[in-house]
Design a protein around this ligand. Structure first.
Ligand code: DX5
Length: 227
C-alpha cells in the first residue's frame, strides 16, 4: 500500500512576527504537518527557531510539528524540541557521530525519530538505521536557506531509498520526505521517484491565490504523479 501523500510547509518564509497566526493559517489551508527548520548557525550558516518559539506557536494549531534539526549537536538539543511540542525530530546523518544511538535516544523521549541526508550523502548512510526511523528526508537543496533551486539529480537517490525501505519490509512504516525547491514544476518528479512527504516553503507563500490553493495544487500534482 503506497504511503499517502502529505504536504508539509516549511515556516521559513512565514512572517516571524506573527507565527501563531501563520501556523493557524497553515492548518486552515489543509497541511498535514508543519516543519520547523531549526538552524544553529554552525551546521548551516543561518540561525532560526529556538524551542521557546516553537512552544509559543504550538498553542495556535493542532497539526503535528516536526523539527528539522540542522544543528551540529542534535543530542544536546533534542529533548528541548520534544518538550516544545515537536512529535518528530529529524537529525542529519552528517551531524551524528553515533547516529544509531541518537535515533534510539529520540525514540526514548517519546518522539518519532527521522534522519536527513544532504545532497552529497549516499543513501547507504542510512541502510542500518531504517528500523529506527519513521521517515527519511532527502534534501533536494543544500540546507540553510529557502528559495533555492531543486536539485533534480537527487531523484535517483529518492528512488534508491524507496527501494531500500521496501526491501527492508518497512513500506508501511517509513515515509520518504523531500525538502528544497519543491513547487508545481518539481513536485511531480519527486513524488514519482518515491517521495510521499513533500516540504515546501517558497512555493506556498508565493502563490498569488493563497495558501489553500497552493496546498491543494501541490497535493493534486503529487497524487497525479503516483496515480
Ligand atoms: C533548507 C530549508 C528549505 C525550506 C524549504 O535548509 O530546509 O528547504 O525548508 O525551502 P523552499 O521550499 O523555499 O525551497
Amino acid at each position: 500500500m503506497p504511503r499517502p501523500i502529505q504536504i508539509a510547509p516549511s515556516v521559513l518564509p512565514a512572517d516571524f512576527a506573527r507565527l501563531g497566526d501563520e501556523v493557524a493559517a497553515l492548518e486552515a489551508a489543509g497541511v498535514d504537518l508543519i516543519q520547523w527548520d531549526v538552524m544553529d548557525g554552525q551546521f548551516v550558516p543561518n540561525l532560526t527557531f529556538g524551542p521557546d518559539v516553537i512552544a509559543a506557536a504550538r498553542e495556535h494549531c493542532s497539526v503535528p510539528f516536526e523539527a528539522h534539526l540542522m544543528v551540529l549537536t542534535p543530542d544536546v538539543m533534542a529533548q528541548q524540541y520534544v518538550d516544545a511540542g515537536c512529535s518528530r525530530l529529524i537529525v542529519h546523518v552528517e551531524a551524528c557521530t553515533h547516529l544509531h544511538r541518537t535515533l534510539a535516544n529520540i525514540a526514548s523521549m517519546g518522539a518519532t525519530a527521522a534522519v536527513a541526508l544532504n545532497p552529497a550523502t549516499p543513501a547507504s548512510a542510512v541502510a542500518h538505521v531504517l528500523d529506527l526511523v519513521d521517515l527519511v528526508l532527502v534534501m533536494t537543496v543544500n540546507p540553510g536557506f529557502g528559495g533555492q533551486a531543486y536539485i533534480a539529480s537527487m531523484e535517483p537517490k529518492i528512488a534508491e531509498l524507496r527501494s531500500m525501505i521496501e526491501t527492508a519490509g518497512l513500506a508501511d512504516a517509513v515515509d520518504l520526505e523531500v525538502d528544497g525547491g519543491i513547487g508545481p514544476s518539481t513536485i511531480g518528479g519527486a513524488a514519482a521517484a518515491g517521495a510521499n512527504v513533500l516540504v515546501a516553503g517558497s512555493a506556498l507563500y508565493r502563490d498569488p491565490d493563497g495558501l489553500e490553493h497552493a496546498v491543494a495544487q501541490l497535493r493534486t500534482l503529487a497524487e497525479s504523479a503516483v496515480a
